[in-house]
Design a protein around this ligand. Sequence first.
Ligand code: NAG
Length: 424
Amino acid sequence: MTLVRLICLLMLLFVQTLCAAPSFSLDYNADCFRKDGERFRFISGSIHYSRIPRIYWKDRLLKMYMAGLNAIQTYIPWNYHEESPGMSLYLWEWEMGGLPAWLLSKKDIVLRSSDPDYLAAVDKWMGKLLPMMQPYLYQNGGPIITVQVENEYGSYFACDYNYIRHLTRLFRSHLGEDVVLFTTDGAGLNYLKCGAIQGLYATVDFGPGSNITAAFGAQRHVEPHGPLVNSEFYTGWLDHWGSRHSVVSTDLVAKSLNQQLAMGANVNMYMFIGGTNFGYWNGANSPYSAQPTSYDYDAPLTEAGDLTKKYFAIREVIKMYRKIPEGPVPPSTPKYAYGTVTMKKLQTVADALEILSFSGPVKSTHPQTFIDLNQAYGYVLYRTTLPVDCSEPTPLSSPLNGVHDRAYVSVDGVAVGILERNKS
Ligand SMILES: *[C@@H]1O[C@H](CO)[C@@H](O)[C@H](O)[C@H]1NC(C)=O
């Protein structure tokens, strides 16, 4: 390999095309990325394929391209691809941060740590995923320029360097020595302390309200040289049940983006299009606050993929820094009024039990968890006969947050209240 490279380097002086082995790397002297030897800066946007129906992928990507982006960022959600152990890559955030619920079947597992059971599951999953990615790395003629190894690990309690070291070795063994591996953390030294590690390029994330000098200063503290990277520049924010739709000012986003690009920084806009948390894939934030189905995010492209003022404002900013594609931007999708949709009540849950649980009830002394019942999502009906007659109103609680999300409580078929995490 070395010999081939050397020959290519020499030949570059004469005919570059003869030896155009693709390369993508960090340049610590010039504080930038290099793509095929040339300075490269990405202006990128996040799009999560699992939050957008497949038929719309092309339209959304084309809109991103027309905004002037030269890269996209996406997650690969483990729980989405391996719904049960070994059922790998059944292709059809996030919920438990993208980790599969079945990991919890080992009661005392410490997620995102060097817990041997956790690492064994990670090794197996990555052993399947990373070899599939490997041919698509830029070095190998594909479109992937960088690969992220952990996300905001510095905000997680474990601070387990052995775990991050393990991931580094794992990614290197499957993807090779050349690929740029990176981490992302909040732009503060307290986050970077546990999130950054030698061998993984440390980047930061921050929104339009942040002090850019201070934020990149934090990155410079751990990476004195190399490209400035904001891996998650927040174009909007996520919603929570019971709160109003989050809105982040277009002017603020455009102004901050402009300042970052003027510094020569690489920026990934999180999200460029948020999309939808289909089914039960919506998660909850911490401290506990459930997210709704919509992941619109007040992003430059709406949940429906429509163009916004923010989209065009961002496009104008990018235009000042790179030549953006000419031609019309694909229009917003047509909308159709369906009129009033009437719904008909069919049966109560109790009426439909034979259909919903055809194998009959699971009987146990104590309530079993969803994991015990091998059910990662949806609803479980728990029933018991109280040993005493509670004729007086009696507070009901579930100790140790036994109810993680929400429970509808009824007595003799009559709704009496709602039980939520941290509440009685
Ligand atoms: C931003 O941060 C820098 C570096 O910490 C500091 O010097 C500057 O005063 C800050 N600017 C504002 C407006 O707070």
